[in-house]
Design a protein around this ligand. Structure first.
Ligand code: ZN
Length: 328
C-alpha cells in the first residue's frame, strides 16, 4: 500500500503530500469528518511516510518502521485515546505526551502524535494541549481526529490546520470494495450504500453484526408509535449500555431518516442507503411530513453529538425517542 492506494480524499492528500515534500507540514492538524471515512488511515499513512525506511515522501507499508507505526509500536508515533475503562483523555496523558514530544526523535525524523478522538479530551487536557500547541516542540507533528468541533476549545481549534473529510461517493467506495477487497459487484454496491460512502465502516470487522443489528433497529423504530413511551424508554435503556452501541444506532438512524427524506422528496429509492428496507421506508414516509423527517434527522445528529460529549446516554436517548413518538 502507498498514498496512491488510498481511496478518495485527493485534495486533502495533495495538501499533506505537498507539505511532506516541501518540508512545510503544519505542526498541528485537525482531521474532521464522520467515523470510517478515512481520517485515521490517512493520519497513519502520513506517519508511515515520515518514518518509512524504503520510500521517500511515501510509505511502503512493509518495512519495519511502517509495520511499527501501523501496529502502534513505533517509539516516535503515539496514538492517544482514552485508557481502557475511561471515558476521557486525561490531563496526565497529555502531559506525558508533551514530555515524549520534547525528547529527540529516535528515528531522527519527527515525533508524531494522533489524538483520537480529540473530542474526548476533557477541558483540563485540552488546556494542557493548548500550551503544547502554543510552543510546539521542534520536529513534532500533532494530528487531532474528530467527528465534529463540538466540545473542542476554540483556542485549540484556531491553532490547528483544519482538513475536512466528507463521505465518499457510493460508487467510489463500491469500486474500492470490488477491486481492492475482492467483493462481488452486487455486495460491494450494497455495502457502499449501507455505510453511506465510508470505506472504513464497510471493511470493519463488526460489519456483519451491524448488518443484523440494523434490521432489529428498523423494526424497533417502526414500532414506536404514538403513546409508546414505555417502549421508547425500554429501547433507550437497551441501547444506552454501551457508548459505541448508542453511537452506532444514532449513526444508522440518521441514515434511516435521510432515506425517508429522499423517498418523501423524490418518491423513489434512488440514492437511499438502506436498500434492503425499502418497504419500511415507504411506510414511514407515508406517516411523516417533510418537516417532521427533517426535525428527527436533526435530532439524531444532535443526540449523537451530545453522547460524544459524554452526557448521560439513557437520558439523551429517552429524549430522542420521546420526540420520535410525539411526532407520529
Ligand atoms: Zn516503509
Amino acid at each position: 500500500m502507498s498514498f496512491a492506494d488510498i481511496v478518495g480524499h485527493a485534495k486533502q492528500l495533495e495538501t499533506l503530500m505537498w507539505g511532506l515534500e516541501k518540508d512545510r507540514l503544519h505542526h498541528a492538524y485537525l482531521f474532521l469528518g464522520p467515523e470510517g471515512v478515512g481520517k485515521r488511515t490517512i493520519a497513519l499513512s502520513l506517519a508511515m511516510a515520515i518514518q518509512c525506511q524504503k520510500r521517500v515522501y511515501d510509505f511502503c507499508d512493509e518495512c519495519a518502521n511502517c509495520v511499527r507505526v501501523r501496529t502502534g509500536n513505533h517509539p516516535d508515533v503515539h496514538v492517544v485515546a482514552p485508557l481502557a475503562g475511561k471515558k476521557e483523555i486525561s490531563i496526565q496523558q497529555v502531559r506525558e505526551l508533551e514530555r515524549e514530544l520534547n525528547f529527540h526523535p529516535f528515528s531522527g525524523r519527527k515525533k508524531i502524535a494522533l489524538l483520537d478522538p480529540a473530542s474526548l479530551m476533557n477541558s483540563s487536557a485540552q488546556n494542557a494541549l493548548l500550551k503544547t500547541l502554543e510552543e510546539p516542540p521542534s520536529n513534532s507533528l500533532l494530528i487531532l481526529l474528530s467527528t465534529s468541533t463540538g466540545g473542542l476549545l476554540s483556542t485549540l481549534l484556531s491553532r490547528c490546520l483544519r482538513l475536512s473529510f466528507a463521505p465518499l461517493p457510493v460508487e467510489v467506495v463500491a469500486n474500492f470494495l470490488a477491486s481492492q477487497k475482492g467483493m462481488n459487484r452486487e455486495d460491494a454496491e450494497f455495502l457502499a450504500a449501507v455505510t453511506m460512502g465510508r470505506p472504513g465502516k464497510a471493511t470493519s470487522p463488526d460489519m456483519e453484526s451491524l448488518m443484523k443489528r440494523r434490521k432489529v433497529w428498523a423494526e424497533q423504530i417502526c414500532s414506536l408509535t404514538r403513546g409508546g413511551y414505555r417502549k421508547g424508554m425500554a429501547l433507550a435503556e437497551e441501547l444506552a449500555g454501551i457508548r459505541e452501541e448508542s453511537l452506532e444506532f444514532l449513526e444508522w438512524v440518521e441514515g434511516w431518516y435521510r432515506d425517508i427524506l429522499i423517498y418523501c422528496v423524490t418518491g423513489s429509492n434512488r440514492g437511499i442507503c438502506n436498500l434492503d428496507m425499502v418497504k419500511g421506508i415507504e411506510q414511514q414516509a407515508a406517516l411523516y411530513s417533510l418537516e417532521h423527517v427533517l426535525f428527527l434527522l436533526a435530532q439524531a445528529v444532535r443526540t449523537a453529538a451530545r453522547i460524544r460529549r459524554n452526557v448521560n446516554r439513557r437520558m439523551a436517548l429517552e429524549n430522542f425517542f420521546a420526540k420520535v413518538i410525539r411526532r407520529h
